[in-house]
Ligand binder design. Structure first.
Ligand code: AMP
Ligand code: GLY
Length: 429
């Protein structure tokens, strides 16, 4: 079997790592792989958004399955093109990917179908947005509608801050074209959860619930990043809460997408908030989350390839039940100094020999080989150190110790990944 992974970050390393375990004999390929991925596959020197190039390459090299990591190629229609050419690919069509690529469209879909989410309005004119913000009051959230690498949502504590954010997007050029339409929405209070559903267009199967740590600083302080760590499972997600997520959010959303002519095949990522009024959608993503994937896949005992292939081949996932091992996983992200602001690349990385074992894996994100064969940084998020243990506390200890043992010039990491879960379990004992 030949499998191509599109993308080259920590999420894609985790996908590749799991696929290698599922299918030891498969031939694996990835676009411009980072140093960790390069050890597991053959590199393909094409950009993840070069849809024409990828289509031609996959056809020529007889790929049996292509798995798309990031949202940009999905929004650009890579799945539509592969399907037209009769090539199996895991991911949603461009029409279905709008659930992430256009927040304005996603909010409209939720409102048409009564899917619980924050109250909102969309704007293309700064003055109208300002009037609404002044009327609504703070706190309030201002979001660029288009793809903005996870940075397009601004939680504003004051009306002035919100007006400035909306003006920056609508009258200025903040977030480029992604900020030409702005969503202003009600601030919701509660704990956030990530729930991943593998969908075949009609039916979904659910992976373990996880929680991301988006803020750069310990205690969830400072600006948002792509994610500084994650853990799974989340004890807050009881069977009853998961049932609520299915019945009130995922099932109606899948039905809505199918009814509106955009059935969702792929990974539907629900970023949900547990509010006093029940679960509400913060956002949907049309792909695996990063770094949540780095904790979910190390716990998945059953085959990921079978799950993704079933969807890519157009079959139903109804009979498939993913099986997870007992215990918990925690990942700690090591980031370049300065991230999520500007940072330098090319800093030396030293990973001690023998650090990794059955329960500790170092997933690479922004890494590359130097000409001398050493390892250096090539991005904001550099590595994700995942540990598996009997509990979140145990896994967190190991993950943190693993991150501390790795030397990356000028880098930093959060030492408190999983703190909400640890606080909860301490409360209950
Ligand atoms: P998004 O890009 O929509 O996922 O938003 C990024 C982050 O901003 C979320 O993970 C939340 O922490 C926060 N956020 C977004 N929308 C809201 C909201 N309506 N209320 C409170 N926090 C929000
Ligand atoms: N972990 C956040 C994301 O993947 O968008």
């Amino acid at each position: 079997m030949r499998i191509l992974i599109v993308g080259n970050g920590g999420r894609e390393h985790a996908l590749l790592w799991k696929i290698r375990r599922d299918e030891p004999a498969a031939e694996l390929f990835a676009t411009r792989p980072n140093a960790g991925m390069a050890a597991l596959c053959t590199g393909v020197d094409l950009s993840p958004t070069d849809v024409d190039g990828l289509l031609e390459w996959a056809g020529e090299h007889g790929m049996d399955l292509t798995i798309v990591g990031p949202e940009a190629p999905l929004a650009a229609g890579i799945v539509d093109r592969f399907q037209e050419a009769g090539l199996a690919i895991f991911g949603p069509t461009a029409a279905a990917a709008r659930i992430e690529a256009s927040k304005a469209w996603a909010k409209g879909l939720m409102s048409r179908w009564g899917i619980p989410t924050a109250a909102y309005e969309t704007f293309t004119e700064a003055e109208a947005a300002e009037g609404y913000i002044r009327h609504a009051g703070a706190p309030v959230v201002v979001k660029a509608s288009g793809l903005a690498a996870g940075k397009g949502a601004i939680v504003c504590a004051t009306v002035e801050e919100a007006v400035e954010a909306a003006r920056g997007m609508l009258a200025g050029d903040d977030f480029g074209g992604a900020g030409d339409t702005v969503v202003v929405e009600e601030f919701m209070e509660g704990e956030e959860l990530s729930i991943f559903a593998v969908c075949d267009g009609t039916v979904a199967v659910y992976l373990l619930p996880s929680q991301d740590h988006k803020a750069v600083g310990e205690g969830d302080t400072g600006p948002n990043t792509g994610g500084m760590g994650a853990y799974a499972p989340v004890s807050l997600v009881t069977p009853a809460l998961l049932d609520e997520a299915r019945r009130r959010i995922f099932e109606p959303t899948l039905a809505a997408l199918a009814d509106e002519g955009a059935p969702f095949t792929g990974l539907l990522y629900g970023g949900l908030m547990k509010t006093d009024e029940g679960l509400k959608v913060v956002e949907f993503n049309c792909r695996f989350g990063d770094p949540e994937t780095q904790v979910i896949l190390p716990l998945l005992k059953s085959s990921l390839v079978e799950l993704l292939r079933t969807v890519a081949d157009g079959r139903s996932v109804e009979e498939l039940t993913p099986v997870f091992r007992e215990g918990a996983a925690v990942t700690t992200v090591i980031a370049s100094g300065g991230y999520p602001g500007s940072y330098e690349k090319g800093k030396a990385i030293t990973i001690p020999d023998g650090l990794e074992d059955d329960d500790l894996t170092v997933f690479h994100a922004g890494t590359r080989r130097t000409s001398e064969g050493g390892l250096e940084t090539a991005g904001g998020r550099v590595l994700a150190v995942t540990a598996v243990g009997a509990s979140v506390s145990e896994a967190a200890e190991r993950s943190r110790a693993g991150a501390a043992a790795i030397d990356v010039d000028g880098a930093f990491f959060r030492r408190d990944i999983g703190w909400r879960e640890r606080a909860r379990t301490q409360e209950s004992t």
